[in-house]
Design a protein around this ligand. Structure first.
Ligand code: AQP
Length: 358
């Protein structure tokens, strides 16, 4: 069971990123190790070039995000943690996959449409190509599973189709790649958490908690603490119901309350039913907010403390990333040797073998 996921270097990640993705990485690191395979986690700095950015700031944000991942429990001795741009095969495979990915499909992707509307100056070709780079990230390692939040469904579907199309067109004899069996490329499965796959903004609970569309009081960051954290939960939007039965999980009818219940359950690692039951004696939404605040604070406090220790040591972060990149490059090259051969690119394997036997 090989696991891969990537995360953008947007610095201090928010609670949605943490519950939807980062916590699954830590779990994935253990599951992959138990199965005798690798887990790979990548800080995707090349993806960050698809919108306006500042080069010096980007490097700092890579360190912030890497330190958050380490503080949350990723261990470079157990998993492969690296920076995307350090492994050149991601860019190479992106171009190779462009041979099978239809341009029209890229232009219809929700993220491309949303983000291109939000761009003031340039809508870069990179923004259109973002899903192809993401497909290459995963397919380069023949990963079986991709832990991500619910919002990545469309990207995962494109990635799965790209793997199927490459297999069918260039290596039909090797198998379909479905279900982890055979195939030039593996068709990976999306893995989302049972609770917390889509954490919503606390101020606008019908919209997902987001980085690019962050709201000052609706977005909770992993490093938020004390009064700032308390204020966000106390001001969380709920509804005007009151009395018995008002604290219940009904996302369409009661988005604010349901989001708080989901955050509460995810933070306590219980089911939503258990979270609701624990509030049976609550006097109102104030109790729900305070319970959720306490659970989130308990979950995030050790991460904040560890982050404060790790983040200043840039040399140690670079060392961890370099170690991961060296191993990731080896694994990606194993795939690329086969992909180049199948797609008719580069030195044919037979010629290469003859040259090295001389
Ligand atoms: N609200 C969310 N709930 C659950 N999971 C979420 N993810 C993102 N938002 C939520 C998951 O976090 C991972 C990292 O996402 P990313 O690398 O795209 O980082 P980001 O750009 O900081 O994430 P955002 O917040 O999603 O940015 P916008 O909204 O600007 O695009 C992914 O696995 C994602 O599913």
């Amino acid at each position: 069971m090989r696991i891969f996921s990537g995360i953008q270097p947007t610095g201090i990640k928010h609670l949605g990123n943490y519950i939807g993705a980062i916590r699954q990485y830590v779990d994935g690191q253990e599951r992959a190790a138990a199965s005798g395979d690798d887990s790979l986690f990548c800080v995707v700095d090349l993806h960050a070039l698809t919108v306006a950015y500042d080069p010096a700031e980007l490097r700092d944000r890579v360190y912030d995000t890497t330190a958050i991942l380490l503080a949350a429990g990723l261990d470079p001795d157990k998993c492969i943690l690296f920076r995307q741009s350090d492994v050149r095969q991601h860019s190479e495979l992106t171009w190779m996959l462009s041979a099978v990915v239809p341009n029209g499909r890229l232009a219809r992707m929700h993220q491309f449409r949303d983000k291109s509307v939000a761009q003031r100056d340039l809508v870069s070709a990179g923004l259109l190509f973002y899903p192809v780079l993401m497909a290459a990230d995963v397919l380069a390692y023949r990963a079986d599973e991709v832990p991500v939040g619910e919002d990545q469904r469309e990207h995962l579907e494109l990635m799965r189709d790209a793997a199927r199309d490459v297999n069918k067109r260039f290596a039909p004899d090797l198998g379909s790649g479905e279900g982890g069996e055979g195939g030039l490329l593996i068709v990976p499965e999306q893995r989302t958490p049972e609770v917390g796959a889509r954490i919503m903004d606390l101020q606008e609970p019908t919209r997902k908690m987001s980085t690019s569309a962050a709201s000052p009081e609706g977005t909770v960051y992993v490093l938020d603490e004390g009064k700032a954290l308390e204020k966000k939960f106390k001001r969380a939007v709920t509804d005007s119901d009151s009395g018995e039965g008002s604290i219940r999980y009904a996302p369409k009818e009661k988005p604010g309350v349901s989001n708080l219940l989901e955050i509460l359950a995810a933070s306590r690692r219980t089911s939503i039913d258990e979270a609701v039951a624990s509030l049976a004696g609550a006097r109102g939404y104030g109790d729900l907010k305070m319970a959720t605040l306490a659970a989130v604070d308990e979950e995030l406090t050790p991460i904040r403390e560890r982050y404060a220790e790790l983040r200043p040591d840039v040399a140690a972060i670079e060392e961890a990333l370099a170690k991961g990149a060296a191993r990731a490059s080896e694994l990606a090259e194993e795939t690329m040797v086969d992909v180049r051969e199948a797609m008719g690119v580069g030195i044919p394997r037979a010629v290469q073998a003859k040259a090295s036997s001389r």
